[in-house]
Design a protein around this ligand. Sequence first.
Ligand code: S3P
Length: 172
Amino acid sequence: MSSIILIGYMGCGKSTIGKRLSTKMNKPFIDTDQYIEEKQNCPISEIFNKHGEQFFRELETQCLKELIEKKCGYIVAVGGGLPMKEENRVLLKQLGTVIYLAASPQTIYKRVQNDTKRPLLQVKNPKERIMQMLNVRVPIYEESADILISVNNKKIRRIIREIEEEIALCSY
Ligand code: S3P
């Protein structure tokens, strides 16, 4: 059974929108960060600290493989860096329809500026870090996605409606 996967940079709203979609579409919601934290019994920031980013990236790949094995239709919100690995992009396609929630650097900065839980943004100049990472990531997000939804200045209700419309078009 095919899943719906939300990708995009940190703070673009994957978890919030994913939970709403899950209720509306009556499909179970999975957040890969949460899945990994529960399995490891350890917060993401501590996994990064203790074992490094590479180890975390391997856990993300493992998580995708497990979700594919379960053959259940989920709404999945994936960590912002997950699609950066080619192997993961192949797995995402196997898992289902990929939706990129595109947010501008301004939208992202507003949402993550006081965050302490995302290890990659605990730097002196998070604005610059966001810009640098987006330069690398946006083309990959776009390449990975079946559907692109811009989330800037939109209410959640509208984003959900747009997603539903696009999914309906995809299934024709
Ligand atoms: C990361 C995004 C985070 C989390 C980790 C790394 C990234 O998830 O997986 O901190 O590389 O963009 P969210 O996108 O859910 O914040």
